[in-house]
Design a protein around this ligand. Structure first.
Ligand code: PBE
Length: 267
């Protein structure tokens, strides 16, 4: 049938990203729960995955990837999520900001800003698209912040800038998190007077850094499902500042021209 030939065409390979990403665990669970015994999940990186997607779409070839929203790939290409009737990829996912314990006492201004910070996937999409089109991430974040002063004001209103206090953020090189972290870094530095280091790390170290107190905060905690394992292990060793974005999503994604609509069809 259609799905069988699709599987053969893509060699039963799902193009994944970095092994620490929650979406990799969810995909392994999907392979298990939908009985996709022929299928393999290929490890790589967000950048390698989008490069392969770009190549496939340009050639109108079949491909299946681990995808998420917000991501610029959905505005650049005509893509669809495969239906997930077993809800292996969860529902009502959110991105939370997490902070180390004691941040509120040590850096109350940064804490208050990070606690207030929330935005929409469309807003993040504007920064992501600018970066994807070749802009340096720091410049893209600066231009967005400078042209959305009203939004920045709602997060920084009445906060008194500090003078050069050091602050450490951590994030993973996922396109969504590159956008959010660069925005936080710019606002913390240009509006609130901090000297920020943004450490690019793997997903595990991102969580352990905040839990151990080596890192002050991260805007990249996908909950409740995507980072559930990390949350179980580190949730009580850090502070959850709540969602900075709601309505986000992860799943298996194919180009719209692929004739498969549900994960169940991959069997
Ligand atoms: N992602 C993007 C991450 C969270 C942010 C969906 C690739 C993950 O799977 O852990």
């Amino acid at each position: 049938g259609t799905a069988e030939s699709f599987g053969n065409q893509v060699k039963h390979e799902i193009i994944g990203i970095d092994p620490g990403a929650g979406i990799m665990k969810a995909t392994a669970a999907a392979i298990d729960q939908y009985g996709l015994t022929d299928w393999k999940l290929i490890e790589g990186s967000g950048a390698a995955m989008t490069a392969m997607l770009d190549k496939a779409v340009k050639a109108e070839k079949p491909i299946i990837i681990t995808g998420w929203t917000p991501h610029w790939m959905f505005s650049k290409y005509d893509l669809k999520y495969l239906e997930d009737p077993k809800k292996v990829f969860g529902e009502a996912e959110e991105i939370h900001t997490v902070a180390r314990k004691g941040l509120k006492e040590d850096h109350p201004v940064a804490y208050e800003f990070l606690d207030r910070f929330e935005w929409s996937s469309d807003e993040m999409g504007e920064i992501m698209t600018a970066i994807q089109e070749g802009k340096d991430p720091a410049d893209a974040a600066k231009e967005w912040a400078d042209s959305h002063g009203d939004r920045v004001d709602t997060w920084t209103k009445d906060l008194k800038p500090v003078s050069g206090d050091k602050l450490k953020l951590s994030y993973v090189a996922w396109d969504s998190e590159i956008a959010s972290t660069n925005l936080l870094e710019y606002v913390l530095e240009s509006k609130l007077g901090y000297d920020v280091t943004a450490l690019q790390v793997e997903a595990g170290p991102m969580w352990t850094g905040v839990a151990s107190g080596d890192v002050d905060a991260s805007p990249a905690a996908w909950l409740p499902l995507t980072h559930a394992d990390y949350w179980t292990e580190y949730g009580d060793k850090l502070e959850d500042l709540g969602p900075n974005m709601t309505g986000v999503k992860t799943g298996l994604v194919v180009p719209a021209y692929v004739d498969v609509n549900s994960i169940e069809d991959l069997k």
